[in-house]
Ligand binder design. Structure first.
Ligand code: UD1
Length: 422
């Protein structure tokens, strides 16, 4: 196992090129199960979650030829319909094959994802929606066993909660269904929008893209011809490197991005006193003399993303005053708090609310443990400004979603090195 060793207090400078979005690439790769042809995809991020999904697709019968960030993928010969426990347990997003497999083959078995570090994370809304489309869903020996006679039937699905992968699963299922599906209270994340746009380009009739009401006319099991496409930039990776600039009070430019996707994040930097320069495909953050405390409530897009909550909490420990973070999406997404406290942060937790009493330069490096993907990046950020040495252990969480994190940080001046545990 690897860990990251960081010697803090370096000023950073320069620019970071952002990779393709993991959370866009996952549903898009799964959606190739709906495709009648081989597809070329560019800007694929080099992260462990993508390797895991490609492994799963390979087990189902997908063929692919990957060259760094480019992939030519062909799912026309998929002939297996089981996502096994050993894959799903390493990545919950494997659930994204459920909708397309069921729609195409009329049956599939996907290991039921368990809880995870950030909360219980049920998939009941995915299953309820598929049932409304005519599927029979049974839970057998830890597996979701889904079947349908003939094609899934278009239906009106009203999601009780906004669910990103739930919306994506139903969009994919609806593509091969018979008749029209209407998704009400749909997720509006840029990653959901890209999935819709790629399907639209493939000739699927979709209305309401980017709104909370999406209508899809299904093809009645006819596969659709995909066109080549490029994965959108990773807004969470972009936000994380902006946080690296913010916490070290350095000028950093983030390139290859869509600034619009970062609106909620940039607004919070501005509230904290940082100057932000938005350009067409880049954003630059400038240092501030006085980091102001901030109040954050996580919510669905276009609100402030839960996937940036931990990183902003790391910055809040350096602010002059009391910040409040209210985590509305996941009940246990505060695993980074106890590790930040071990580094000297003053944070009180009460249910879903964290109160952070910031003091510049209070963090002291020590051994800390990553517990989930974004919590891990918060610990790295804290390490960038801590005195002494910070060692972040269990970074396989980090590798799930950050493409070459330590290289990108090293390039802008951080003193960070990957080492092997003894
Ligand atoms: C996706 C993202 C993840 C992000 C999250 C919220 C991917 C691969 N992952 O996760 O990075 O943190 O959105 O923006 O895109 N819920 C239910 N029942 C369900 C489904 C969800 O109760 O069937 C609840 C969840 O527990 C959570 C909320 O709905 O409280 C939102 O979760 P959801 O949007 O589904 O998260 P994911 O799609 O798993």
């Amino acid at each position: 196992m690897d860990y990251l060793e960081i010697i803090g207090k370096n000023k950073l400078s320069g620019s970071v090129k952002i990779s393709g979005a993991k959370n866009a690439a996952l549903p898009l790769l799964a959606s190739t199960i709906l495709s009648s042809n081989e597809v070329k995809i560019t800007n694929l991020p080099n992260v462990a979650d993508i390797k895991t999904l490609l492994k799963l697709l390979g087990m189902l019968g997908t063929e692919y030829d990957q060259n760094n960030t480019d992939i030519v993928i062909d799912s026309t010969n998929v002939n297996k319909t089981t996502a096994t426990y050993d894959i799903v347990k390493t990545m919950r997003a494997s659930i994204l094959v459920l909708g397309p497999l069921l729609a195409r083959f009329g049956h599939c078995e996907v290991s039921l994802p368990g809880g995870c570090a950030i909360g219980q994370r049920p998939v009941d809304l995915h299953l309820k929606a598929l049932e409304l489309m005519g599927a029979k869903i049974e839970l057998k020996s830890g597996y979701i066993v889904a079947t349908v006679d003939g094609a899934l039937k278009g239906a009106t699905i009203v999601f009780d909660k906004v669910t990103v992968t739930g919306t994506e699963n139903i969009i994919m299922a609806a593509t091969l269904a018979e008749g029209k599906t209407t998704i009400v209270n749909a997720a509006k994340e840029p990653e959901v929008i890209q999935l819709c746009e790629i399907l639209l380009d493939a000739g699927v009739q979709i209305k309401g893209i980017g709104t909370n009401r999406i209508e899809i006319v299904g093809t009645n099991k006819k596969l659709v011809p995909f066109k080549p496409f490029k994965i959108i930039p990773d807004r969470i990776e972009a936000g994380t490197y902006l946080c690296a600039g913010a916490i070290t009070n350095s000028k950093i430019k983030i390139e290859n991005i869509i600034p619009l996707h970062l609106d909620a994040i940039l607004a919070k930097f501005e509230e904290m006193g940082y100057k932000i320069l938005r350009e067409e495909n880049s954003v630059t953050i400038f240092p501030t003399k006085h980091i102001k405390p901030v109040n954050i409530t996580t919510t669905e897009y276009p609100g402030f993303p839960t996937d940036m909550q931990a990183q902003f909490m790391a910055i809040a420990t350096m602010a002059n005053g009391v910040s409040i973070v209210d985590e509305k999406l996941f009940e246990n997404r505060f695993m980074h708090v106890s590790e930040l406290i071990r580094m000297g942060a003053n944070i009180a937790l009460n249910g879903t609310v964290a109160t952070i009493t910031g003091t510049p330069n209070q963090l002291i490096g020590t051994d800390v443990m990553a517990t989930d993907l974004r919590a891990s990046s918060a610990l790295v950020l804290a390490g960038l400004v801590a005195s002494n040495i910070t060692k972040v252990h269990r970074i396989y969480h980090l590798d799930r979603g950050y493409d070459k994190l330590e290289n990108k940080l090293k390039n802008i001046g951080a003193n960070i090195i990957r080492k092997k545990e003894n």
